[in-house]
Design a protein around this ligand. Structure first.
Ligand code: GUN
Ligand code: ZN
Length: 489
């Protein structure tokens, strides 16, 4: 079977898609709850109640335990787990990264995954730790690519095959790896070895890894962020083009008595209230939850509910075209996430290529919004705004402008644009009343560019006192530009 991934809606580099597997179609973005074949806090057959459409388990754990291996070979993986929907299996690579070795070869584990009837199989890639030397990262990456080539040739049936992108934190390696894997052709592209980055809150590095790997891939290929399960970072990762996540976090956090929210994590013993409306939180007080004999299971359930709540929140945001607003909100929950937001906007030129041009309303959420792809796009579109004759640039709307051939509106963070477009996205932006430095800077730069592009037009900038800025001096020096300070009429 050839893979099929249909993109049905887009926002920034994020998308809602449909991935077809032998056991059904999965709507992305989504999270695959991790099933431990040995211990099941929550049964796979219950997972649909939380919103799960696809699960992930580990074929290496099954392979190593006689009882599990025999049953999986005899009855199939779906019977073993008692789940008839799509299943992905990992290969033992994670164990390889933790213990340094595994008792299986790439060929054996690919063969085993095919025999037990998994929907998406994973070769034995090498999850290279982010902090190794460039040479080591390249060496590991080359072995990974070799193994993936081998796996590609071994897969004969309808199992989809994942091609994990490695390369540590080296952007050129991530991009090169992605490009080489694209040429071989896989059905899903997981971005590997990012768990250590997330564990140490290195979200800005994570942004670099995702963006570089994405650049090497066909933009329409489905992407899985391996080991990412905290809902706080879904919006960010989806905006950068990730489609699948996997969560062991729901169970691991529960074991540590931690309660997940889309804004971060609480230790259950610190909770006085339960800030959630899931079935667990509506039927327990914080005190009851803490002291329940099955506290771990209850926490795992709550953690799963909020995980899928965030998935739906992200999908709705894509649907409405305000994913970046959601990302900006989520990234304000943690200082290291704010760093990641700023890092993400260094990739605005690339995101702008993926971003559909017409959405609902542009909400200015803070200085970072001045770096959004829409602002960059406006800068590029300026070349098309030919201004003939005289133009008045206003910082606020009014009617009496008949002395001028053209009326432009100056609106941070965009700049000066024709009044006729005032109701059109993104100029219909909701912005804060007192623009901040970044939004003004962006607006002035775009205005300077507009003036440069139209040397024959005469501009008059009717400026309110409050908008004073060093960049105005630059404008004043331009021959065809006059700044008139005005009191509000
Ligand atoms: N689980 C978390 N990270 C990885 C990775 O890089 N490769 C594989 N196969 N599994 C993982
Ligand atoms: Zn809850």
């Amino acid at each position: 079977m050839s893979s099929q991934f249909d993109i049905i809606h887009k926002d920034a580099a994020g998308r809602i898609g449909k991935l077809t597997t032998p056991h059904g179609v999965v709507e992305t973005p989504t999270v695959m709850p991790v099933i431990n074949p040995n211990i099941q806090t929550i049964k796979p057959s219950e997972m649909r109640e939380f919103g799960a459409e696809i699960l992930i388990t580990n074929s290496y754990i099954i392979y190593r335990k006689d009882e599990l291996r025999e049953k999986a070979l005899k009855d199939g993986l779906h019977a073993l787990l008692d789940f008839d929907g799509p299943l992905m299996t990992d290969s033992g690579s994670f164990q390889l990264s933790v213990y340094g070795e595994v008792e299986v070869t790439n060929e054996m584990i690919i063969d085993f995954q095919q025999k037990i009837g998994t929907d998406i199989g994973v070769p034995l890639d090498i999850p290279t730790h982010p902090d190794v030397s460039y040479e080591k990262a390249k060496e590991d990456m080359d072995i990974t690519i070799q193994r993936l080539k081998e796996a590609r040739e071994l897969v004969k049936g309808d199992m989809l095959l994942a091609g994990p992108v490695q390369g540590a934190i080296y952007k050129d390696l991530r991009e090169e790896c992605a490009r080489e894997l694209s040429e071989i052709g896989f059905d899903v592209y997981p971005f590997g070895a990012v768990v250590p980055l997330m564990e140490s809150y290195r979200y800005a590095d994570l942004v670099d890894v995702i963006a570089s790997a994405k650049k090497g891939l066909d933009p329409t290929a489905p992407v899985h962020l391996f080991g990412a399960g905290h809902p706080m970072m879904f919006a960010l990762a989806v905006a950068l083009g990730c489609d699948l996540f996997d969560s062991a976090a729901y169970a691991l956090y529960a074991k540590d008595r931690r309660y997940i929210t889309s804004r971060g994590t609480y230790h259950v013993d610190k909770l006085k209230y339960l800030p959630c409306s899931c079935p667990v939180c509506m039927t327990h007080t914080a005190e009851e939850l803490k002291t329940a004999h099955n506290c771990t299971e209850l926490l795992a359930r709550h953690n799963l509910y909020v995980t899928f709540e965030e998935v739906r929140e992200v999908k709705q945001a894509i649907w409405e075209g305000n994913l970046l607003e959601l990302v900006e909100q989520r990234c304000r929950a943690h200082p290291r996430m704010l760093e990641a937001l700023k890092q993400m906007y260094t990739y605005s030129p690339w995101m702008e290529e993926c971003d559909p041009s017409s959405k609902s309303t542009f909400f200015y959420c803070g200085p970072e919004s001045a770096k959004r792809p829409e602002v960059l796009r406006f800068n590029r579109q300026l070349e098309r705004f030919t201004i003939e004759g005289s133009a008045l640039i206003r910082t606020y709307p009014t009617k009496r402008d008949s002395d001028y051939d053209n009326v432009l509106i100056f609106k941070p963070p965009f700049g000066s644009y024709p009044q006729e477009l005032a109701e059109v996205y993104p100029f219909n932006a909701e912005i804060v009343r007192t623009p901040d430095y970044e939004s003004l800077e962006s607006a002035y730069e775009n205005t300077i560019r507009l003036v440069e592009l139209n040397p024959n037009a005469k501009f008059t900038f009717l400026m309110q006192d409050k908008l004073g800025h060093p960049l105005v001096e630059k404008l004043e020096k331009m021959d065809n530009f006059t700044v008139v300070s005005s009191q509000k009429e």
